[in-house]
Design a protein around this ligand. Sequence first.
Ligand code: ZN
Ligand code: ZN
Length: 207
Amino acid sequence: MADRANQNQTLDIPEGDNAQASQLIGTQLPSRSCAQCRNSMDPLTPCSKCDMASYCSKMCQKLHWLEHKYSCRLGRPLDEADDFVLACQREEFPTDELVANAFGFMYFASAAGRKRIFNIYCQLLNIYEVTEDEFREAWRRNKLKEFLLFRGSQIPSSALQREMGWLQQQDGFAAGAVHDSSQDRKISFDQWEPREKAEAYIFFYQI
Ligand SMILES: [Zn+2]
Ligand SMILES: [Zn+2]
Protein backbone atom coordinates (compact mmCIF):
# COMPACT_ATOMS: atom_id res chain seq x y z
CA MET A 1 0.00 0.00 0.00
CA ALA A 2 2.83 2.39 0.85
CA ASP A 3 4.49 1.48 -2.47
CA ARG A 4 1.38 2.39 -4.37
CA ALA A 5 1.24 5.81 -2.71
CA ASN A 6 4.85 6.46 -3.70
CA GLN A 7 4.15 5.45 -7.27
CA ASN A 8 1.36 7.96 -7.45
CA GLN A 9 3.64 10.69 -6.19
CA THR A 10 6.00 10.26 -9.10
CA LEU A 11 3.12 11.12 -11.43
CA ASP A 12 2.56 14.51 -9.84
CA ILE A 13 2.99 17.43 -12.21
CA PRO A 14 5.03 20.26 -10.70
CA GLU A 15 3.46 23.70 -10.80
CA GLY A 16 5.59 25.74 -13.22
CA ASP A 17 6.54 29.41 -13.09
CA ASN A 18 3.88 29.98 -15.69
CA ALA A 19 1.08 29.03 -13.36
CA GLN A 20 0.22 32.62 -12.50
CA ALA A 21 0.39 33.97 -16.01
CA SER A 22 -1.62 31.09 -17.40
CA GLN A 23 -4.53 31.88 -15.14
CA LEU A 24 -5.28 34.61 -17.66
CA ILE A 25 -5.76 31.96 -20.29
CA GLY A 26 -7.03 29.13 -18.16
CA THR A 27 -6.65 26.26 -20.55
CA GLN A 28 -2.94 25.52 -20.53
CA LEU A 29 -2.42 25.58 -16.80
CA PRO A 30 -0.21 22.78 -15.49
CA SER A 31 -2.79 20.84 -13.56
CA ARG A 32 -3.80 17.49 -12.21
CA SER A 33 -6.48 16.97 -14.79
CA CYS A 34 -6.24 16.07 -18.45
CA ALA A 35 -6.01 19.20 -20.64
CA GLN A 36 -8.43 17.66 -23.11
CA CYS A 37 -11.09 15.77 -21.14
CA ARG A 38 -10.46 17.13 -17.62
CA ASN A 39 -10.19 13.60 -16.29
CA SER A 40 -8.39 13.77 -12.97
CA MET A 41 -8.66 10.11 -12.00
CA ASP A 42 -6.11 8.48 -14.28
CA PRO A 43 -2.34 9.04 -14.20
CA LEU A 44 -1.37 11.96 -16.43
CA THR A 45 1.52 12.23 -18.82
CA PRO A 46 2.87 15.73 -19.49
CA CYS A 47 3.46 16.93 -23.04
CA SER A 48 7.06 15.93 -23.70
CA LYS A 49 7.75 19.15 -25.61
CA CYS A 50 6.61 21.79 -23.14
CA ASP A 51 5.62 20.10 -19.88
CA MET A 52 2.71 22.55 -19.51
CA ALA A 53 -0.22 20.38 -20.53
CA SER A 54 -0.86 16.85 -19.27
CA TYR A 55 -2.98 14.08 -20.70
CA CYS A 56 -4.70 10.94 -19.54
CA SER A 57 -4.22 9.20 -22.89
CA LYS A 58 -2.52 9.45 -26.27
CA MET A 59 -5.94 10.01 -27.82
CA CYS A 60 -6.58 13.05 -25.61
CA GLN A 61 -3.18 14.46 -26.46
CA LYS A 62 -3.90 14.06 -30.14
CA LEU A 63 -7.33 15.69 -29.87
CA HIS A 64 -5.89 18.64 -27.93
CA TRP A 65 -3.00 19.28 -30.29
CA LEU A 66 -4.83 21.74 -32.55
CA GLU A 67 -5.45 23.93 -29.55
CA HIS A 68 -2.18 23.26 -27.81
CA LYS A 69 0.40 23.38 -30.57
CA TYR A 70 0.79 27.13 -30.68
CA SER A 71 1.37 27.57 -26.98
CA CYS A 72 3.51 24.41 -26.97
CA ARG A 73 5.86 25.86 -29.53
CA LEU A 74 6.21 29.05 -27.51
CA GLY A 75 6.85 27.08 -24.34
CA ARG A 76 4.39 29.22 -22.38
CA PRO A 77 0.67 30.02 -22.40
CA LEU A 78 -0.57 32.54 -24.96
CA ASP A 79 -1.31 36.05 -23.72
CA GLU A 80 -3.03 39.11 -25.19
CA ALA A 81 0.19 40.28 -26.84
CA ASP A 82 0.49 36.99 -28.76
CA ASP A 83 -3.02 37.32 -30.13
CA PHE A 84 -2.43 40.97 -30.89
CA VAL A 85 0.73 40.26 -32.86
CA LEU A 86 -0.99 37.46 -34.78
CA ALA A 87 -3.81 39.81 -35.68
CA CYS A 88 -1.34 42.42 -36.94
CA GLN A 89 0.56 39.85 -38.97
CA ARG A 90 -2.70 38.75 -40.59
CA GLU A 91 -3.77 42.39 -40.88
CA GLU A 92 -7.16 41.50 -39.42
CA PHE A 93 -8.60 43.11 -36.32
CA PRO A 94 -8.04 41.08 -33.15
CA THR A 95 -10.84 38.55 -32.81
CA ASP A 96 -10.86 38.65 -29.02
CA GLU A 97 -12.41 41.52 -27.11
CA LEU A 98 -9.84 41.16 -24.30
CA VAL A 99 -7.08 41.63 -26.83
CA ALA A 100 -8.79 44.59 -28.50
CA ASN A 101 -9.23 46.14 -25.09
CA ALA A 102 -5.63 45.48 -24.04
CA PHE A 103 -4.29 47.38 -27.04
CA GLY A 104 -6.56 50.38 -26.76
CA PHE A 105 -8.92 49.78 -29.69
CA MET A 106 -11.93 50.33 -27.46
CA TYR A 107 -10.76 53.87 -26.79
CA PHE A 108 -11.99 54.82 -30.26
CA ALA A 109 -15.72 55.14 -30.80
CA SER A 110 -15.52 54.95 -34.55
CA ALA A 111 -14.37 52.15 -36.80
CA ALA A 112 -12.22 54.73 -38.58
CA GLY A 113 -10.29 55.48 -35.38
CA ARG A 114 -9.79 51.80 -34.65
CA LYS A 115 -8.65 51.18 -38.17
CA ARG A 116 -6.19 54.03 -37.95
CA ILE A 117 -4.53 52.82 -34.75
CA PHE A 118 -4.52 49.29 -36.14
CA ASN A 119 -2.70 50.49 -39.25
CA ILE A 120 -0.08 52.14 -37.04
CA TYR A 121 0.41 48.86 -35.16
CA CYS A 122 0.64 46.88 -38.39
CA GLN A 123 3.22 49.23 -39.86
CA LEU A 124 5.39 49.20 -36.75
CA LEU A 125 5.28 45.42 -36.43
CA ASN A 126 5.28 44.32 -40.06
CA ILE A 127 7.35 46.98 -41.78
CA TYR A 128 9.50 48.72 -39.17
CA GLU A 129 10.29 45.62 -37.16
CA VAL A 130 9.24 46.83 -33.77
CA THR A 131 9.25 43.60 -31.81
CA GLU A 132 6.51 41.66 -30.14
CA ASP A 133 8.36 41.91 -26.83
CA GLU A 134 8.41 45.69 -27.00
CA PHE A 135 4.65 45.72 -27.49
CA ARG A 136 4.13 43.25 -24.66
CA GLU A 137 6.25 45.36 -22.33
CA ALA A 138 4.39 48.56 -23.26
CA TRP A 139 1.05 46.85 -22.63
CA ARG A 140 2.15 45.33 -19.32
CA ARG A 141 3.54 48.64 -18.06
CA ASN A 142 0.52 50.51 -19.34
CA LYS A 143 2.74 52.78 -21.44
CA LEU A 144 1.23 52.07 -24.81
CA LYS A 145 0.83 55.62 -26.06
CA GLU A 146 4.23 56.75 -24.77
CA PHE A 147 5.81 53.72 -26.39
CA LEU A 148 4.14 54.27 -29.77
CA LEU A 149 5.09 57.94 -29.87
CA PHE A 150 8.66 57.19 -28.86
CA ARG A 151 9.20 54.33 -31.31
CA GLY A 152 7.27 56.08 -34.06
CA SER A 153 9.43 59.18 -33.71
CA GLN A 154 12.53 57.09 -34.46
CA ILE A 155 11.23 56.04 -37.86
CA PRO A 156 11.98 58.33 -40.81
CA SER A 157 8.62 58.14 -42.56
CA SER A 158 6.61 61.30 -43.08
CA ALA A 159 3.41 59.28 -43.40
CA LEU A 160 4.06 57.67 -40.03
CA GLN A 161 4.97 61.04 -38.50
CA ARG A 162 1.55 62.32 -39.54
CA GLU A 163 -0.02 59.37 -37.76
CA MET A 164 2.07 60.12 -34.67
CA GLY A 165 0.75 63.69 -34.73
CA TRP A 166 -2.78 62.29 -34.76
CA LEU A 167 -2.02 59.83 -31.97
CA GLN A 168 -0.52 62.61 -29.87
CA GLN A 169 -3.92 64.30 -29.91
CA GLN A 170 -5.77 61.24 -28.64
CA ASP A 171 -5.89 62.27 -25.01
CA GLY A 172 -6.50 59.29 -22.79
CA PHE A 173 -5.54 56.65 -25.35
CA ALA A 174 -3.97 53.79 -23.40
CA ALA A 175 -3.98 50.05 -22.92
CA GLY A 176 -7.44 49.17 -21.66
CA ALA A 177 -8.89 52.63 -22.34
CA VAL A 178 -12.56 52.52 -23.30
CA HIS A 179 -14.44 55.22 -25.15
CA ASP A 180 -16.81 56.90 -22.75
CA SER A 181 -19.44 58.77 -24.71
CA SER A 182 -22.98 57.61 -24.03
CA GLN A 183 -23.82 58.46 -27.61
CA ASP A 184 -21.43 55.90 -29.00
CA ARG A 185 -21.60 53.31 -26.30
CA LYS A 186 -23.84 51.05 -28.34
CA ILE A 187 -21.19 50.40 -30.96
CA SER A 188 -20.01 47.00 -29.84
CA PHE A 189 -16.90 45.17 -30.77
CA ASP A 190 -18.99 42.76 -32.85
CA GLN A 191 -20.20 45.52 -35.09
CA TRP A 192 -16.89 46.91 -36.15
CA GLU A 193 -15.17 43.61 -36.38
CA PRO A 194 -15.64 41.94 -39.76
CA ARG A 195 -17.59 38.71 -39.77
CA GLU A 196 -14.33 36.85 -39.88
CA LYS A 197 -14.19 35.70 -36.31
CA ALA A 198 -14.77 32.04 -37.11
CA GLU A 199 -12.54 32.08 -40.16
CA ALA A 200 -9.78 33.80 -38.25
CA TYR A 201 -9.85 31.12 -35.60
CA ILE A 202 -9.72 28.40 -38.21
CA PHE A 203 -6.75 30.16 -39.75
CA PHE A 204 -5.16 30.46 -36.34
CA TYR A 205 -5.43 26.75 -35.70
CA GLN A 206 -4.08 25.88 -39.12
CA ILE A 207 -0.76 27.62 -38.51
ZN1 ZN B 1 -8.03 12.94 -21.20
ZN1 ZN C 1 3.22 20.91 -25.30
